[in-house]
Design a protein around this ligand. Structure first.
Ligand SMILES: Nc1ncnc2c1ncn2[C@@H]1O[C@H](COP(=O)(O)OP(=O)(O)OP(=O)(O)O)[C@@H](O)[C@H]1O
Length: 267
């Protein structure tokens, strides 16, 4: 029997004109897990992320975060509960990295500047960036560093759930693997629940406890081991294509190195 999920989506319907993107989709997210969200282009991954975070109101269905309807959670409460890392980092280019990190702290906590600076330094350290990088502007950082700075900002208010939109996209393999390690580290050390949209097979094979596969407007959620047995054509093609083989080999090495916590089932 599972513990109470930290987030639940029930009967979600999302429709744009005649196009039905989600047809009665339901999903439980367990506290402390790393859940991947995968699916073909246009399958509704980003719309699902926006729905789960309360940025998009579905045509039908509801999202509960810690048992509370997301629509009824106010801005400050929501900011403390969930962080979002958008695909391009979405940092303000006219602000320094430290100012970007402290922006949500100032907005939602009203802390004095020295305390904001202390928190910014702490978050930079947490994501593996030198504290001096706080003085730089986003344009002065590499792609991997921008992602880390965006992580630092998403972590500013110590959220319990982090939603990540393609955290490794556009990165070279070494930087991407550094981001995978950061996701594992934040999950292991701080217990943050992670929900990440990804096409990155390496991330799926080495990082995710479970994966939610969006297919035909619905979702199949399971561990990678179980999904590897799936006969559903898109899932089979995705996990058994030529690019999946190298990722699966890397996974075996990682699993030998690292004892992941027992994955949660989803019924
Ligand atoms: N605001 C909107 N208005 C109209 N259609 C939309 C809107 N948002 C999303 N859609 C449509 O919903 C479908 C799902 O979009 P979504 O961005 O969630 O796909 P995705 O799975 O994230 O795709 P990709 O992997 O290509 O980013 C797409 O066909 C998209 O055009």
């Amino acid at each position: 029997m599972n513990a109470t999920p930290i987030a639940t989506a029930r009967g979600i319907v999302n429709r744009f004109g005649a196009q039905e993107v989600h047809k009665n989709l339901s999903l439980d997210i367990q506290e402390g897990e790393i859940l991947g969200v995968a699916g073909g282009s246009g399958s509704g991954k980003s719309v699902l992320l926006r729905t789960l975070t309360g940025l998009h109101t579905p045509v039908a269905g509801e999202v509960l975060l810690e048992g509370k309807a997301v629509a009824t959670i106010n801005g400050a409460e929501r900011a403390a509960l969930l962080g979002v890392l958008f695909q391009q980092g979405a940092l303000f280019s006219s602000l320094t990295v430290a100012q970007n990190i402290t922006l949500p702290i100032g907005l939602h906590k009203g802390l004095p500047p020295e305390e904001c600076e202390r928190i910014a330094a702490e978050k930079l350290e947490l994501v593996g960036l030198p504290v001096e990088h706080g003085k730089k502007f986003p344009s002065e950082l590499s792609g991997g560093m921008v992602k880390r700075a965006a992580f630092a900002r998403a972590l500013a208010l110590d959220p319990r759930i982090l939603f990540l939109d393609e955290p490794t996209s556009g990165l070279d393999p070494v930087s991407a693997s550094g981001i995978d390690d950061l996701i594992l580290q934040l999950n292991d050390e701080l217990g943050i629940t992670m929900v990440l949209i990804t096409h990155d097979l390496s991330t799926i094979f080495t990082v995710c406890d479970r994966v939610a596969m969006l297919v035909d407007g619905n979702v199949v959620v399971d561990t990678v081991d179980n999904l590897l047995e799936s006969k559903q054509p898109w899932i089979h093609e995705f996990l058994h294509g030529p690019r999946a083989e190298a990722a699966a080999t890397a996974r075996k090495a990682t699993h030998n190195d690292r004892t992941r916590k027992a994955p949660h089932g989803n019924g």
